[in-house]
Design a protein around this ligand. Structure first.
Ligand SMILES: [Ca+2]
Ligand SMILES: [Ca+2]
Ligand SMILES: [Ca+2]
Ligand SMILES: [Ca+2]
Length: 289
């Protein structure tokens, strides 16, 4: 299930095109004259001169149109030294399309901190080209709880998963009862049917539960954790009680993000440094991993 499902949401994420309705789906047939009119393009998102954390999911939205038919769209970043960094694969339009708003998103995971030009380009079927660009910045500062919660909300897979697959119900927003808290952590560690010993060992180290012993978690000693074993282990850590700061029925999204923040803040200075969040975020919370 893990793989199929991952593929589904990768496609959703990268290829989410909302096609503008067009009354006339056929290319204009003005007596075989070649189309010499350029398409039009406008970058609607992200905002010009906006700053993005290196763990932020950056949403791109471009409005495109052509008098005849659009061929494709692509987007990339250009650093100040002129180097080009792809952030999205070239997307071809197979249907005849005169106008659309194209959506995609990317994590600046492999992008060094700095200022970049974000360029979007579209071609029509005669290869007439149009481009639009804006300036954005990518940064990796120490972040507060609030800033971490914001990045969590923007880019964590809890907001993007198809929840039908998992024992959680986020129809009222991302919040957890005690069972869902275990499920949420389970999904964070593994999208498969079990948790392997290496995954558990990494988790207890990363979340500073080093005193835990594998033998007490893996009750049937088959070398992996099924969901019940995992749930029992998590229950003993009493995370639901500890993370449920207002003592309500649910661990809210902000309480969940705060709980993670505290586990990752190794030096207890109430900030997450890049070293404390970068690998962790991309290991446990990013949509594509
Ligand atoms: Ca054209
Ligand atoms: Ca087991
Ligand atoms: Ca609560
Ligand atoms: Ca810290």
């Amino acid at each position: 299930m893990g793989k199929t499902y991952k593929l589904t949401f990768i496609l959703l994420l990268l290829l989410c095109v909302s096609c503008g309705s067009d009354d006339d789906p056929s290319p204009s047939t003005n007596n075989n004259l070649p189309d010499t009119e350029k398409p039009k393009i406008k970058l609607l998102s992200p905002e010009a001169n906006s700053n993005h954390l290196v763990i932020d999911l950056v949403s791109i939205r471009v409005r495109l149109s052509d008098n005849d038919a659009l061929k494709n769209v692509s987007t990339w970043l250009v650093s100040t030294d002129g180097q080009r960094h792809e952030v999205m694969e070239l997307f071809p339009f197979t249907d005849v399309l005169k106008a659309t708003e194209f959506n995609a998103s990317f994590y600046p995971r492999d992008i060094a901190s700095g200022t970049y030009k974000l360029v979007s380009e579209t071609k029509d079927r005669q290869n007439n080209v149009a481009r639009d660009s804006i300036t954005i910045a990518v940064e990796a500062p120490d972040i507060s709880k609030t800033e971490f919660a914001k990045a969590f909300e923007k880019g964590s897979f809890y907001h993007h998963l198809d929840w039908g697959w998992y024992p959680v119900d986020f129809t009222n927003g991302v919040e957890f009862n005690e069972v869902e808290l275990s499920s949420g952590l389970y999904i964070m560690m593994s999208l498969d049917d079990n948790i392997k010993k290496e995954e558990w060992e990494k988790f207890v180290k990363d979340f500073r539960f080093e005193k835990q012993s594998w033998a007490t978690w893996d009750a049937d000693t088959n070398g992996e954790l099924d969901y019940d074993e995992f749930h029992k282990g998590i229950s003993k850590l009493e995370l639901f009680k500890k993370w449920n700061l207002d003592n309500s029925q649910l661990v809210s999204e902000i309480e969940f993000a705060t709980g993670i923040f505290d586990r990752w803040d190794r030096n207890r200075d109430n900030l997450l440094s890049r070293d404390e969040y970068f690998d962790m975020f991309y290991t446990y919370l990013a949509i594509l991993r």
